[in-house]
Every structure is written in C-alpha cells, then in structure tokens.
Ligand binder design. Structure first.
Ligand SMILES: Cc1cccc(C(=O)NCC2(NC(=O)c3cccc4nocc34)CCCC2)c1
Length: 246
C-alpha cells in the first residue's frame, strides 16, 4: 500500500510511524509512507500557508493554494487513474471505527491531508476530500495525530504486516468484546498472584474463563458492545448471572 501524507509537520510522524510494526512493514515493502510538506508548495514569498479567516474570528485558516498545488503534484506520482481516496481528519468527520479501517486497508493508495491551526479552507474539503473522519470528541492542536492513529489501524490490517502470533490477537478483537485480563511471569509478583486456572493446562477451562472475563468486563464498561456481539447460549447465561449479582 502507498500512503501519501500532506502535512506542515512531517517531523510529527517520525516517532509513531517509524518504530516497531509500522517500521517493519515499510522495511518489508508492504507499506510505503511518504510525507510531503505543504509549505514547499506555497507561492507566497514569505512562505505563508495560513491566513486570517474571512468574517473575522480567532485563529488562522490554512490557505487553499499550497494544499491544492501540493495535492495535484502528489497525485501525479500515484498510479491509480481515478482520483485516490483522500482523507481529511476533522472534528466534523464521521467517527472512525474498525470497520472503516478494514475497508480502507483494501485500498492500494491513500492520501491524507492534515489540518492545522483552525483547519483548512472549506474549498479544500469540497474539492479534494473523499472522506472526512474524526477520531473522537476532544480538542487537539492539529490533525496530524489522528492521521497517525488511522494509518496505524490500517497498516496492521495489511496482509503480512502482523506476525503469526499478533494476527491471532486480531481474531480476539472481532469477537466484538473487550479483552480478558493478560498475565505473564512471574506467577507471584510482590504477593500478587495470577488466577490459577491459567496454570491448569486445561485449554477448554482457560478459554471458558477468558470468555467469561471478556463478557464481564464488556458488560461493566461497554454494554453497548454486548448488543452487537455474537453471543452463544453459554454467554447469555453468564451475562444473566452477572446481571443478577449486580
Ligand atoms: C470537538 C472539537 C470542536 C471544535 C474544534 C476541535 C479541534 O480540535 N479543532 C482543532 C483541530 N482538531 C482536529 O483536527 C481533531 C480534533 C478531534 C478529533 C479529530 N479527529 O480528526 C481530527 C480531529 C481541527 C483543525 C486542526 C486541529 C474539536
């Protein structure tokens, strides 16, 4: 997959997308991420990329010219004849969730445009953007971190990016429930012990315990996920038992 990120701050991405699994994916050639600095495309002699908002008000707005020129130059380097999927992260966007990551991971090429200050001139969104996406309801200083989050969720879905072991984790998410508690060595840490079922070697019992813990945690913290999950008869019995105990 080829990803182009149009941003004023390419350095913002050097940390999160240059380590571990995502770095590995790029080294394996499964993913090619290029950062293009929008500032390199401004035609103002003072390198201006933002300006005061028409109609007044606080803050600055990113001007359209550098973004349009940066975008047009970028898509020339892409292979798809049609206009590529172009994502703008913003508080007004559709709330991001795993299904959207799965759908985007099927694309061969993706372009991200990062807003900063108060955002981009609306004409950028109207003319260039195919998907306006939000990662949640909170205030940020810029749209770079949301782009990094979305790239992370997509990259791990590209075949070959996750090792055998990690991709197994993938399955657990699709159960639609929150994960059971994880434990590792030592068995007794400062007197804090690990549930004994995990040493029983009885994989059926261990699976039952894990499923029960997932249901319990999900019921308490994200009951909305229970509605959507595929539940067995045993799951429903366990849920009723939890509800009766509460
Ligand atoms: C609830 C709310 C209301 C009004 C403004 C803001 C706000 O944070 N405005 C600042 C910007 N925020 C985001 O881009 C941004 C923020 C949050 C989630 C996101 N998911 O994608 C992009 C996201 C917009 C231009 C530059 C940064 C937030």
């Amino acid at each position: 997959m080829i990803i182009k990120v149009l941003t004023l701050f390419p350095e913002m991405f050097q940390g999160p997308l240059n380590v571990s699994i995502i770095k590995n994916a790029q080294e394996k050639g499964l993913l090619d991420i290029e950062y293009i600095n929008i500032r390199d495309f401004t035609d103002s002699k003072h390198k201006k990329v933002d300006d005061y908002p028409y109609g007044g008000g606080a803050g600055m707005v990113m001007t359209p010219q550098p973004i349009f020129d940066c975008y047009e130059s970028t898509i020339k380097t892409l292979h798809s004849s049609s206009k590529p999927r172009t994502i703008y992260c913003s508080p007004k966007g559709k709330t991001f969730h795993q299904e959207m990551a799965i759908e985007m991971a099927k694309e061969k090429e993706l372009v991200f445009i990062c807003g900063h200050y108060e955002g981009v001139d609306q004409r950028v969104i109207d003319e260039l953007i195919t998907d306006e996406i939000s990662i949640g309801d909170f205030v940020l200083t810029g749209g770079e971190l949301p782009v990094a989050v979305i790239i992370d969720t997509i990259a791990r879905l590209i075949p070959g990016v996750l090792g055998q072991q990690e991709s197994f984790q993938e399955e657990s998410f699709y159960s639609g429930l929150l994960e059971y508690p994880h434990y590792t060595r030592p068995q007794n840490f400062r007197g804090l012990t690990v549930p004994s079922v995990l040493f029983s070697g009885n994989h059926k019992e261990i699976e039952k315990w894990r499923r029960k813990k997932s249901l319990e945690i999900t019921l308490h913290r994200r009951p909305d996920l229970i509605e959507k999950a595929e539940l067995t008869e045993e799951d429903k019995k366990n849920i009723n038992a939890f509800k009766n105990h509460c």
